[in-house]
Design a protein around this ligand. Structure first.
Ligand code: COA
Length: 331
């Protein structure tokens, strides 16, 4: 079987920590509501650090833990919805920062499922390109850039951060499933700036809105629709990945889910028939950091010794798009 192995992980969490009480000073909310509805107690937000710098810091750590040099990386896949640039890719800027001089580099946008999509892609490159030895998958997100801090139903959820993994070809078990349902795109989105070039004869919003409301440059969500999708998508993606190799869900040691809402994770666990003590959860301290959430939880659980070599892991996510995906891998 051609699988992949995670050689090393790293993470960067901004120093600036915003508690629920801090948020209650800027919007009409309170710690009790946020804690009981979401499980979030705090989130970390950049104090100006750009997305690429967080990604570079996480990548340096992942390289160090993998015991390899940046120059040995053949491909960098950066996952983000909050790049610092329309172009170049944040992956290219990270490539320079970590001295990965021989690496191809590109960004991948699958929203909160990004890291799972990235690992899936890394495996396919490693499977088909025998010259490629190491791939760096780095998730870097600065959600504070697109968060509306006047909208209490969404601003309480999000944080910033980055995490990375160096992966290589191996004989270890691997299976994955990635999917999307574009009909749900309208439930979770952030638009780019309105295009008003000098030759345009109208600035009417309806020309460019379609299913998407005018304005909405900050992240907009229909919380209930996203919640419904998430509780079905997480177990469905995990099952689809497991079924591909005839693996029993009960044989998975750890689930590392996207950290969006503790109630989503609990419902997904119930729907999968798996006890919560098999789920790695760090949402209380980080909130939802989009594609960085799964690798941050993974890195923390590896670092504190919860996840050990030989454990079977299921990394499972959902996000805007709507997207979903799961990777089952032996650590
Ligand atoms: N503080 C206090 N009250 C709040 C609040 C806040 N931060 N946000 C909303 N409320 C209020 C609402 O105004 C509403 O009041 P009302 O009944 O007087 O109208 C009440 O709380 C219930 O709101 P509701 O939207 O029904 O809450 P909910 O239980 O559905 O929880 C979310 C809202 C956003 C936490 C939940 O829908 C969710 O997590 N959805 C998924 C979002 C997500 O994961 N997005 C990212 C995906 S990658």
């Amino acid at each position: 079987m051609c699988g992949i192995e995670i050689l090393g992980t790293g993470a960067y969490t901004p120093v600036l920590r915003v508690t629920n009480d801090d948020l209650a000073k800027v919007v009409d909310t309170n710690d009790e509501w946020i804690s009981t509805r979401t499980g979030i107690k705090a989130r970390h937000i950049t104090n100006g650090e750009p997305t690429w710098r967080m990604g570079a810091e996480a990548s340096r750590q992942a390289l160090e833990n993998a015991g390899i040099d940046g120059s040995e990386i053949g491909l960098i896949i950066a996952t983000t919805i909050t790049s610092d640039f329309s172009t170049p890719s944040v992956a290219c800027v990270i490539q320079d920062a970590i001295g990965a001089t021989d690496a191809a580099a590109y960004d991948l946008n699958a929203a909160c499922s990004g890291f799972v999509y990235g690992i899936d892609a890394a495996k396919r490159y490693l499977q088909t390109d025998s010259d490629l030895k190491y791939v760096l998958v780095v998730a870097a997100e600065r959600l504070s850039k697109i968060t509306d801090y006047t909208d209490r139903s969404s601003c309480i959820l999000f944080g910033d951060g980055a995490a990375a993994a160096v992966v290589a070809r191996s004989d270890k078990m691997f299976t994955s499933y990635i999917g999307a349902d574009g009909r749900g795109a309208k439930f979770l989105y952030s638009k780019v700036h309105k295009v008003l070039h000098p030759f345009r004869t109208t600035d009417a919003d309806e020309i460019e809105t379609g299913d998407f409301a005018a304005g909405k440059y900050f992240l907009y969500q229909d919380g209930k629709e996203v919640y419904k999708f998430a509780t079905k998508a997480l177990p469905a993606a995990a099952k689809k990945a497991a079924d591909k190799i005839g693996l029993d869900i009960a044989d998975i040691d750890w689930f590392v889910p996207h950290q969006a809402n503790i109630r989503i994770i609990e419902t997904a666990a119930k729907n999968l028939g798996v006890k919560m003590d098999k789920f790695i959860v760090n949402i209380a301290e980080h909130g939802n950091t989009s594609s960085a959430s799964i690798p941050t939880a993974l890195h923390e659980a590896i670092t504190d010794g919860t996840i050990k070599r030989g454990d079977k892991l299921c990394l499972v996510g959902f996000g805007a798009g709507l997207t979903m995906g799961a990777v089952i891998i032996e650590y």
